[in-house]
Ligand binder design. Structure first.
Ligand code: HAM
Length: 419
């Protein structure tokens, strides 16, 4: 039996793994600069946590959760997203005593979706949350920092922004929207015909062409915002303008999860096709209370790492390659010296040893196969004179160095050997 990775999942290795690492490193660096610290939550949670927070009418809860019962008969779910677990962790560990609290996370999420380009059943997100403040500057910081990640990675984006209001003004809007939708009920897709009665906002998020066409003429939620929500939205926009972050007001942007209040945003990259959101987020002022905590407003974002990887692969962005060395003894008699030198070299650069050593020739072949940039050759002459010989595998040039001089060059983070 040949096993394969389950549908909608794949293995990550080689150059692709390097790009994941780069994205996570850039994201972490920026989060640290904005004062976020890391949180790691379990990969599975009580299923109720997600049903409660994401909303029963959301696609994720309706059809995409990976549910299973453990041996203790508990109904658990593989996490489909990271915000609800973070809020659960804040409540459970009483982290809000030091609120506002700023946390970031990265890891696998799971959604039983129909796999297609940019949409997987297991995918990685990098996300961040600011919890414990209503301040629109925190909304600004979330958008600003997430966009900074895209800029630093060289990923193009179009920022779409909306406000979905608070419970009060949204309820007024829902009535208005429902009246509009009822007039077009026959033209909507089957799914929307039923979910419009449970949550008409979901129709605005429908990806079916016929629903998109109808909702393009729907009343706009921003025309129904209460004074508080309106001021919040205006302030956020004033900060974005001040710092010259361009955005497009998108009144149909309601996001796929039910916990959002006020700010909703997405960054889109149109080279991706239909799954074009590289990140999304917004404010969720009622979520902590919904999960049994006290009133803890919050705002956050999450980016889909696979989508960023696809863009970077297409751009063929190769990140500064770290040099790779192989230390090769000319015969087995030089093993001791070579192994000691390898240990010293590893304090500074990636260095390999030719396993299953046969001779110099086969080791040289192995170094090329493993994509090494340089080989360090160690023979009897080198040992006698406390030297090493360095060969550049790209141009074939070779040069000898005293061992100490060579380590000194490497320790100064230079790989400039005049070869
Ligand atoms: P989301 O929009 O559901 O939001 O997901 C965020 C990002 O994850 C999307 O923009 C997309 O790039 C990526 N993504 C989602 N589903 C998939 C999939 N099946 N395959 C590949 N990538 C995917 C959230 O998850 C919220 N928790 C974001 C948030 C944080 N809101 C507030 N704080």
């Amino acid at each position: 039996m040949n096993y394969k990775a389950p549908k909608g999942t794949f293995d990550i290795f080689g150059k692709k793994a390097k790009i994941y690492e780069k994205i996570e490193n850039v994201s972490k660096k920026i989060m640290n600069l904005y004062g976020f610290s890391q949180i790691r939550t379990p990969i599975f949670e009580d299923a109720g946590l997600f049903v409660r927070s994401l909303g029963e009418t959301s696609d994720v809860v309706q059809k995409e959760m990976y549910l299973f019962k453990d041996k203790g008969d508990r109904l658990l779910a593989l996490r489909p997203e990271g915000t609800a677990p973070v809020i659960r962790a804040i409540i459970e560990n009483k982290l809000a005593q030091n609120s506002p609290i700023k946390l970031f996370y990265t890891g696998q999420m799971f959604r039983y979706e129909r796999p297609q380009a940019g949409r997987f059943r297991q995918f990685y997100q990098f996300g961040a949350e600011i919890v414990g403040t209503h301040d629109p500057i925190s909304d600004f910081e979330i958008i600003d920092s997430s966009i900074k990640i895209l800029k630093e990675l060289g990923v193009e984006y179009e920022l779409h922004l909306n406000s979905v209001g608070c419970m009060d003004c949204r309820n007024v809007y829902k009535e208005v929207l429902l009246t509009f939708l009822k007039n077009h009920e026959n033209e909507l897709c089957e799914n929307c015909k039923t979910r419009m009665y449970k949550n008409p906002l979901r129709v605005l998020d429908c990806k079916e062409d016929q629903c998109k066409l109808i909702t393009s003429a729907a009343p706009k939620i921003t025309d129904y915002l209460c004074d508080g929500c309106k001021i919040h939205f205006e302030k956020l926009q004033s900060y974005l303008k001040k710092f010259k972050i361009e955005y497009i007001l998108d009144p149909r942007l309601v996001r796929g999860l039910d916990y959002y209040t006020k700010t909703a945003f997405e960054a889109l990259n149109f080279s991706l096709g239909s799954q074009n959101a590289v990140l999304g987020g917004g404010r969720y002022d009622g979520l902590a209370e919904e999960l049994g905590g006290k009133n803890l407003p919050g705002v956050g974002f999450a980016s889909g790492i696979e989508r960023l990887v696809t863009i970077l692969e297409r751009l063929d962005k190769t990140y500064e390659k770290e040099h790779k060395f192989m230390v090769i003894p000319v015969t087995e008699n030089e093993f001791d010296f070579a192994l000691e030198f390898l240990a010293q070299l590893r304090n500074f650069v990636c260095s390999l040893f030719p396993y299953d050593y046969k001779n110099l020739k086969s080791s040289m072949k192995l170094a090329s196969k493993l994509d090494c940039d340089y080989v360090v050759l160690i023979g009897q002459d080198e040992i006698k004179n406390n030297m090493i010989s360095l060969k550049n595998l790209e141009n074939g040039q070779q040069k000898s160095f005293s061992k100490d001089e060579f380590l000194n060059i490497i320790s100064n983070e230079r790989c400039n050997f005049g070869l």
